[in-house]
Ligand binder design. Structure first.
Ligand SMILES: [Zn+2]
Length: 272
C-alpha cells in the first residue's frame, strides 16, 4: 500500500467520505447534477466492495479517531445529504445487499410530514422511511432544519437551525443524532461552535479531500459524487487521486462562497 493510500490503523488513516445527494433515474432539475442513477450507485458500491473497503458510519469513524482505537484496513464512509426519497427506494437495498453502513444527513424541515416547512428541491423521505433506514443500521445525522447557508445567519437563527434539527430527529427516532453535515459544505468558526453547542459530536464539510484525523471533528472533508462521475473517476476518488480536478469544478460552481472559504482552516477542533 502506498503512503497515499486510504486505510490503515487509527490516527494515520486517510478515509474517503463519499458525499451523495439524490439517487434516481429522473431527479428534479435542481438536484440532477449532484444526483446519481440507481445503476451508477449499484456499480459504485460494487467498486467499494471489490477494493476491500469497509464502510463505517460517521459516528463510528469519529469514535475511533476520538479514542485512538483501531479502524478496519480500508475504512470508508458513504453519506447522503438532505434526505431524498431515492436513498430509501434505491440505495438502501444496495447497501443492505453489501451489509454496508452509511449515514444520511436530514434537513428536518424538508422531509415529508409534520415538521415540513417547504423548500425541498425534490421528493424527500418521510419519517417512516427514515426509521426504516435507521432500523437497517444507517446512522441518521442532522443537516439543519431549513437548509440555509448557516454562516449567513444571526446567532439566534443559527442556534435554532442546529437545535431544532437535533430535537426533531431525537423525537422521531428516540435517539439524538450525534453527527452533522453543513448545508453547502461550508462552515465558519461560529457555525462549528453552534453545531457543537447544539450537541453534535462531529460534523462533515466538503473540501474534496480524503478525511484525516488532523482535520478535527468539526471539519471532516468529503468527496463529491456526481451524475457525471464514471467508474474510473470514482475509483480515483477512492484512492485520493484526481481530487484536484474534482475540486476545480466545484470552485466554478460555488464561487459565491469564496469569502466563506477564506475563513476555513482558521480554526480546527480537537478530538476531546
Ligand atoms: Zn444539503
Amino acid at each position: 500500500m502506498s503512503g497515499n493510500a486510504p486505510g490503515g490503523r487509527g490516527t494515520a488513516a486517510a478515509v474517503p467520505i463519499l458525499m451523495y445527494h439524490a439517487v434516481g433515474d429522473d431527479p428534479a432539475p435542481a438536484t440532477r447534477a449532484l444526483s446519481v442513477t440507481p445503476a451508477a450507485f449499484a456499480a459504485q458500491m460494487r467498486v467499494v466492495a471489490e477494493h476491500g473497503f469497509t464502510p463505517l458510519t460517521a459516528a463510528a469513524l469519529a469514535a475511533a479517531w476520538r479514542s485512538g482505537g483501531p479502524l478496519p484496513a480500508r475504512p470508508l464512509l458513504i453519506t447522503f445529504d438532505d434526505g431524498y426519497e431515492g436513498v430509501h427506494r434505491h440505495a438502501l437495498p444496495v447497501l443492505a445487499g453489501h451489509a454496508f453502513a452509511s449515514t444520511v444527513f436530514v434537513s428536518t424541515g424538508w422531509l415529508r410530514g409534520r415538521w415540513q416547512e417547504g423548500g425541498a428541491l425534490d421528493t424527500m423521505l418521510d419519517w417512516a422511511q427514515v426509521r426504516e433506514l435507521a432500523d437497517a443500521g444507517t446512522e441518521i445525522g442532522g443537516h439543519s432544519h431549513t437548509h440555509p447557508q448557516l454562516d449567513q445567519l444571526d446567532a439566534g437563527r443559527l442556534r435554532f437551525e442546529a437545535l431544532r434539527c437535533r430535537e426533531i430527529v431525537a423525537e422521531e427516532l428516540g435517539t439524538a443524532p450525534v453527527s452533522f453535515a453543513y448545508p453547502y459544505g461550508y462552515s465558519s468558526r461560529r457555525v462549528r461552535t453552534a453545531v457543537r453547542e447544539a450537541g453534535f459530536a462531529q460534523a462533515l464539510a466538503v473540501g474534496n479531500a480524503l478525511a484525516r484525523r488532523r482535520q478535527g471533528p468539526y471539519a471532516l472533508a468529503r468527496v463529491t459524487v456526481r451524475r457525471s462521475t464514471g467508474v474510473e473517476e470514482f475509483t480515483r476518488l477512492l484512492e485520493g487521486r484526481a481530487l484536484g480536478r474534482n475540486f476545480a469544478g466545484d470552485r466554478a460552481l460555488t464561487k459565491g462562497y469564496a469569502v466563506v472559504r477564506r475563513a476555513r482552516g482558521a480554526v480546527r477542533g480537537h478530538w476531546i
